[in-house]
Design a protein around this ligand. Structure first.
Ligand code: PAF
Length: 282
């Protein structure tokens, strides 16, 4: 496994692989890898000859009061996990490599990124789109794999790829969960022993919405009330948002669910803000 830290060297390696006819699979990450990331690596391996993982804690997707400085940086452990999974290249740049002095170009998605986490975290998806566009230009992947846990991010990346005509296939990987249903996330480690069992309320709320939907409930407001009631049973949980929106536009639904609907939750459980989602398909 090769570790590369400059954009030029990564581009040269990618161009050489392409010249040999190799298909490049890419998994962008911010490190602190867990089973969720590793499942994306396995998907990339199935779909490509060579797998590149990037590890870069991207400053532009953190708000001024968010956890950029405190975000866990665990390169030695990440590197060992990548090696175990048979990753071919780890792209591990420093901040100035991705944002050279005076960098003044960014990518903004203007529709899907206005709601949900985009409304709660202004500028977050500009940061994500900008860094992912840069990473695509550096890694030159044929296929890139993103997790379904970050459902809004996945939809925005697909839109960016479509609109900016990136020649990259986007593949999604299902959310990997702990045995009680909590979605795996680097931020779960901030949960205290008391908060940890309560964090499962996100999955339980989604289960309840799925159950009611399967029983014929189609009114988004009734379903949102059920989500809120279930999360409300956990004293440490504070809802940032609990919404059911159109799965394609991420806009609020005008009436009963008649097309696929995206159910999205962001909930503070003590210090960490956890997200989870599901899709209801009539
Ligand atoms: O999902 C993430 O970990 C990040 O948002 C990403 C896609 C690596 C961009 O920094």
């Amino acid at each position: 496994m090769k570790i590369i830290s400059t954009a030029l060297e990564m581009q040269q390696a990618a161009l050489a692989l392409r010249a040999q006819g190799k298909r490049i699979g890419f998994v962008p990450t911010m490190g602190n890898l867990h089973d969720g990331h590793l499942s994306l690596v396995r998907l990339a391996k199935q779909r490509a000859d060579v797998v590149v993982v990037s590890i870069f804690v991207n400053p532009t997707q953190f708000g001024p009061n968010e956890d950029f400085a405190a975000y866990p940086r665990t390169f030695a452990a990440d590197r060992a996990l990548c090696e175990q999974e048979g990753v071919d290249f780890v792209f591990y740049p420093a901040v100035p490599e991705m944002y050279p002095d005076g960098a003044s170009v960014s990518v903004t998605e203007n529709a899907l990124s206005r709601t949900l986490c985009g409304a709660a975290r202004p500028g977050h998806f500009d940061g994500v789109c900008t860094v992912v566009a840069k990473l695509f230009n550096v890694v030159l992947p044929h296929v890139a794999v993103f997790g379904e846990k970050d459902g809004q991010q996945l939809r925005i990346i697909r839109r960016m790829v479509r609109d900016l005509r990136f020649p990259v296939e986007i593949v999604s990987g299902p959310t990997v969960r702990e045995s009680d249903g909590l979605a795996k996330s680097s931020r779960n480690q901030y949960l205290t022993a008391e908060q940890r069992p309560q964090a499962v309320c996100l999955r339980r709320a989604l289960d309840e919405a799925e159950r009611l939907f399967a029983a014929g409930e189609r009114d988004p407001q009734t379903l949102v009330a059920a989500l809120r009631a279930l999360i409300g049973k956990s004293p440490s949980a504070k809802i940032d948002y609990a919404e059911i929106v159109d799965d394609e536009t991420l806009q609020p639904l005008a009436g009963p669910i008649a097309r696929p609907a995206f159910v999205a939750l962001a909930v503070w459980v003590g210090k960490p803000r956890l997200i989870d989602n599901t899709v209801l398909r009539p």
